[in-house]
Design a protein around this ligand. Structure first.
Ligand code: COA
Ligand code: MG
Length: 287
């Protein structure tokens, strides 16, 4: 199951065609980067972006930031060549757009099996089509799977829906499937990248639903996502007190403790330990 070895609070998209943004990202406080060759890159720029990205991933140092590359789908003229070019740089994961089934992932996994440098490369899936959402469980269980990324803009288009409320079933199906398989699960983007209050509110909603973090489109969004998806001082304090209260109860021969008028059982202790481990992993990153 997932531990917090590597947090995924902030996951920034960078168009593979933008050298300045690619360079800038080496110093940004993000947990993960999605280097994009798909929708952020126009058809005219696809081949140039692929070459730029392959060179950048081989040469540049992104430190502890997780390196995820979103290739074009295999139903386009670019997908297969994208994979060959970027997988040779051994990214942490390949993100496949518009995944509809477990078979889509199995095909990609088989292609990765044939690339020596990609031995440890995982697969992340864009969850953004109605069929993909309905098949979330089999997609999560497919080979090499490590993470789901919600593609809320594409999903809204296909559902013909407006607003987050209309998307809740889809978001929750993805969370259920991801948690059942111990995958990372990252929420969709907030399009109005200058609206800080709106972003903060949507991050908080995603955090409360259970997402690990949020995909971002602009550096100005990073600090808010890191803040909201990281444990607060109050949460850390409560976690420490829950663990202490439970240990004391156990020493007194009790299986349940009471803290601030609420019961603390071993399952609460497990959540408290997860929060402390997450804080430790974040401190390690920022140290
Ligand atoms: N990653 C890294 N750096 C980025 C960035 C990103 N996603 N977006 C902007 N920057 C950098 C710019 O290079 C610029 O750097 P500089 O000032 O040091 O030269 C700085 O941040 C400020 O950029 P700004 O001028 O405010 O943004 P913009 O108007 O140039 O671009 C967007 C705005 C939305 C077009 C741009 O942020 C973007 O392309 N985002 C990613 C979109 C994407 O990937 N979509 C696909 C998934 S939904
Ligand atoms: Mg999409």
């Amino acid at each position: 199951m997932q531990t917090y070895a590597a947090p995924c609070r902030s996951v920034l998209y960078i168009p593979g065609s933008k050298p300045r943004a690619l360079e800038k990202a080496q110093g940004l406080a993000v947990d993960a980067i999605i280097f994009d060759l798909e929708d952020a890159v126009s058809p005219d720029e696809k081949v140039g972006a692929r070459d730029l990205l392959a060179t950048t991933l081989t040469g540049a140092d992104y430190g502890s930031r997780r390196r995820v590359v979103r290739i074009n789908g295999f139903d386009t003229e670019w997908g297969a060549a994208d994979l060959q070019a970027v997988a040779a740089a051994g990214p942490d994961a390949i993100l496949l757009p518009k995944v509809n089934s477990g078979a889509d992932i199995a095909t990609l996994a088989q292609m990765l099996d044939g690339i020596t440098q990609a031995e440890n490369t995982k697969i992340w899936a864009m969850m953004e089509t109605p069929r993909g959402i309905l098949n979330a469980a089999e997609i999560a269980a497919a080979p090499r799977m490590e993470g789901f990324v919600l593609g809320t803009n594409d999903l809204a288009k296909d559902l013909r829906s407006t607003g987050r409320a209309a998307m809740m079933t889809s978001l929750q199906l993805c969370l259920l499937a991801a948690r059942a398989e111990g995958l990372i699960c990252v929420d969709g983007v907030y399009n109005a990248f200058k609206d800080e209050d709106g972003l903060r509110a949507e991050c908080a909603e995603g955090r409360d639903m259970g997402f690990d973090g949020k995909t971002l489109i602009h550096p100005a969004q990073i600090a808010i996502a890191n803040d909201v998806f990281g444990p607060s001082d109050a949460e850390l304090d409560l976690a420490r007190r829950q663990i202490a209260a439970f240990e004391q109860a156990q020493a007194e021969g009790q299986g349940v403790a009471v803290l601030d008028g609420k019961i603390v059982e071993n399952l609460h202790v497990a959540s408290a330990q997860r929060i402390l481990a997450q804080a430790e992993a974040i401190a390690h990153l920022e140290g």
